[in-house]
Ligand binder design. Structure first.
Ligand SMILES: Nc1ncnc2c1ncn2[C@@H]1O[C@H](COP(=O)(O)OP(=O)(O)OP(=O)(O)O)[C@@H](O)[C@H]1O
Ligand SMILES: [Mg+2]
Length: 363
């Protein structure tokens, strides 16, 4: 186990800047998730840590030691990929033992460690089976086992659950979390799946276009997103964004075009130094309240366009002029009918405000 530190990592492929100035620390024994859309530089980052890719600049430290110039096999890391390899024609036991045999570890020591890891991974009952014939979930456990049996200081996981079906993904999410809590191997986990990141990580780093957007505990990124990218990436259905201007000549108000918000309590939450008036209000679908009463609304006249029942909730799509918004309501709520005009109110304490030009959070 060891602390992992990336300092100003930069990597380009020809004209393509894959990772730009990436700095982050994964504390000893913690699991960090790099989360972001396809092509944002997640795998490139992992490959640099593994030593499979050389950074153009920046430094990588494992346990305080700079490892830039060490080859992969001297870095004491293990990596599991999306397309994990199971050695065909080998039993589960031999698959697990393989990395240790390569290291010329004595037979009885190998036996002890294979049984130990098999027990932790709950595959000790299938050690004699032909690994290639097993179901996907078991194969994934074997791949994890093979990575962990080396007792690496750093475990690198690149979308290890992507090839599993939804049910198995949920099972393996819990399993990897359980393993991590037991073994406490410092882990860098790469995924584009926010649920994986939110449920497993101690810290999440959201990346976009090679740039780390925000790095912190899941709840911090969810509740205090640093910018519109992070705000829109975390949460399903995603956060609503509504453009508005902050009007301060005489009476202050938020001008959304089709409607205004004049609530002084909300206006007072804004920093007094606010200058830009090209702003965006961000509100999560669960934090919009539908009201059938004009008086109780911040704005009225929203037309219900689509109602999607999802289990015990409705996702309601509404529009007013060229604005549209998504709202999540309990499926027991009455009067949610397509074509109906309703009002909306925002839960004040859950409102986010962003600068339209930079995308950065103001509130
Ligand atoms: N060997 C390479 N040669 C050229 N370009 C590359 C190479 N590896 C990665 N890239 C480019 O660098 C960028 C980052 O790629 P990377 O594979 O790190 O993204 P990713 O976040 O892992 O995406 P995905 O979710 O699709 O796996 C992409 O634009 C990709 O096309
Ligand atoms: Mg990738």
């Amino acid at each position: 186990m060891a602390k992992l530190e990336l300092v100003g990592l930069y990597k380009r492929f020809g004209a393509q800047e894959a990772v730009k100035n990436l700095t982050l620390v994964v504390e000893d024994g913690k699991m960090a998730c790099l989360l972001g859309p396809s092509g944002c530089g997640k795998t490139t980052t992992l490959r640099m840590v593994a030593g499979l890719e050389k950074p153009d600049s920046g430094d990588i430290y494992i346990g305080g030691k700079r490892v830039n110039d060490l080859p992969p096999y001297e870095r004491n890391i293990s990596m599991v990929f999306q397309f994990y390899a199971i050695y065909p024609g080998m039993t589960v036991y031999d698959n697990l033992a393989f990395p240790l045999k390569q290291k010329k570890i004595p037979k009885d020591e190998i036996d002890r460690r294979v049984k130990e890891i098999a027990e932790i991974l709950r595959i000790n009952h299938i050690l004699k089976e032909d690994a290639i014939r097993l179901p996907a979930g078991e194969k994934q456990r074997i791949a994890l086992g093979r990575a962990l049996i080396k007792e690496p200081e750093i475990l690198l996981l690149d979308e290890p659950l992507t090839n599993l079906d939804a049910r198995l993904r949920a099972v393996m999410r819990k399993e990897i979390k359980r393993l991590h809590l037991k073994l406490k191997t410092t882990t860098l986990y790469v995924t584009h799946d926010q649920i994986e990141a939110m449920t497993m990580a101690d810290v999440i780093g959201v990346m976009n276009l090679g740039v780390l957007q925000q790095y912190g505990p899941p709840h911090e990124l969810y509740n205090k997103p640093a910018n519109m990218f992070v705000a829109g990436f975390l949460g399903t259905p995603p956060m609503n964004f509504l453009d508005f201007s902050y009007i301060v000549n005489g009476k202050k108000y938020f001008d959304f075009g089709e409607f205004k918000i004049t609530d002084p309590e909300l206006l007072n939450m804004l920093p007094s130094t606010l200058e830009s008036n090209e702003l965006v209000l961000g509100i999560r679908p669960k934090d919009v309240i539908i009201s059938f009463n004009t008086e109780e609304s911040d704005s009225y006249g929203w037309e219900i366009k689509v109602v999607e029942p999802v289990g015990d909730k409705y996702i309601v799509f509404m529009s007013l002029g060229d604005k549209s918004i998504r709202v999540v309501v309990p499926a027991i709520e009455r009067g949610i009918e397509v074509g109906k005009k309703v009002g909306i109110r925002f839960r004040k304490e859950t409102i986010h405000i962003f600068d339209r030009k930079t995308g950065n959070a103001i509130l």
